[in-house]
Write a protein that binds this ligand. Structure first.
Ligand SMILES: NC(=O)c1ccc[n+]([C@@H]2O[C@H](COP(=O)([O-])OP(=O)(O)OC[C@H]3O[C@@H](n4cnc5c(N)ncnc54)[C@H](O)[C@@H]3O)[C@@H](O)[C@H]2O)c1
Length: 263
């Protein structure tokens, strides 16, 4: 008996690295898998896992909708959406940032998560619930001077998923992020890998993040950002509360809740 017997999972960025390892891990737990990637090698991954491949750009809304529709049509629904496709650009000197590079990274890292979440909600609302996980990064929680626009995009994912999660509770949909530290995949340049090796800094295997995704989708918790670090189990990041108002009459008042706006 697998933990995901009978479930259907869609994984973006499944041709390589963390997405590929997660597609394998979820399949090993009994899920049927829909691999989505711009890289045609995602087809080999899907075939190896007995799943479906959709060649699609995660930053293009019509492609994302087409991928979810294909998953519903060919596998029967979407219970788990792992929105993982992402890139880095490695531009530390912002005076060197081109519009093209800025738009390229924001499309996949931010638009891809928004379009994927929207499509997942529509699909899961029809199916009676589900689990959304987006890949942020440690760079979504801390500064990352080697790539500030990457850091921006991953902070955006954290804020978005934490904000959307409470709105999905009535639909029985959970929404979380995984926030990996340095992981041994193709997103790291050879120079970066050499730097970490010389500094004796451990990189995680992609399989460790795949295990974290499995933990996240099976806990039932929502609105959390699961930090993944070498040698540690994944754990939800403990955000600090911001200071409340001190103006006369406001002290002790309950902070506004999501229902105050949405009802
Ligand atoms: N490796 C790390 O150290 C690390 C750390 C934190 C977060 N992450 C995040 O993990 C995620 C997966 O990256 P990875 O490390 O496995 O790298 P990777 O390069 O091995 O895999 C990324 C995958 O995303 C796909 N992809 C890129 N743009 C796409 C698009 N527009 N549409 C569809 N697919 C697209 C690529 O083809 C590739 O298969 C990314 O979001 C990345 O930012 C990685």
């Amino acid at each position: 008996m697998g933990q995901l017997d009978g479930k259907i999972a869609l994984v973006t960025g499944a041709a390589s690295g963390i997405g590929k390892a997660t597609a394998k891990r979820l399949t090993a737990e009994g899920a049927r898998i829909c691999c989505v990637d711009m890289d045609p090698r995602g087809k080999e991954v899907a075939e190896e896992l007995g799943g479906v491949f959709v060649h699609a750009d995660a930053g293009e809304s019509s492609d994302v909708d087409r991928a979810f529709a294909a998953c519903e049509l060919e596998l029967g629904g979407v219970d788990i959406a792992y929105l993982n496709a992402g890139i880095a650009i490695g531009v530390a000197d912002l005076s060197e940032l081109t519009d093209e590079l800025y738009q390229r990274i924001m499309r996949v890292n931010v638009d891809g998560v928004v379009y994927g979440t929207r499509a997942a909600i529509r699909s899961m609302a029809r199916g009676g619930g589900g689990a959304i996980v987006a890949t942020s990064s440690l760079a979504g929680l801390i500064p990352f001077p080697p790539d500030p626009v990457y850091d921006l995009s991953k902070h955006a994912v954290v804020g978005f998923i934490r904000s959307v999660a409470p709105t999905l509770e009535p639909l029985a949909i959970t929404a979380n992020t995984v926030n990996p530290g340095m992981t041994d995949t193709n997103i790291l340049t050879d120079d970066a890998k050499k730097f970490f090796a010389e500094a004796n800094f451990p990189l995680m295997p992609a399989e460790q993040i795949a295990d974290a995704v499995l933990t996240v989708v099976t806990t039932g918790r929502t609105g959390e950002c699961w930090v993944c670090q070498p040698g540690r189990d994944p754990e939800p990041y403990r955000f600090h509360d911001v200071p409340g108002p001190r103006t006369a009459g406001a002290a002790g008042r309950r902070p506004p809740q999501v229902d105050d706006w949405t009802n």
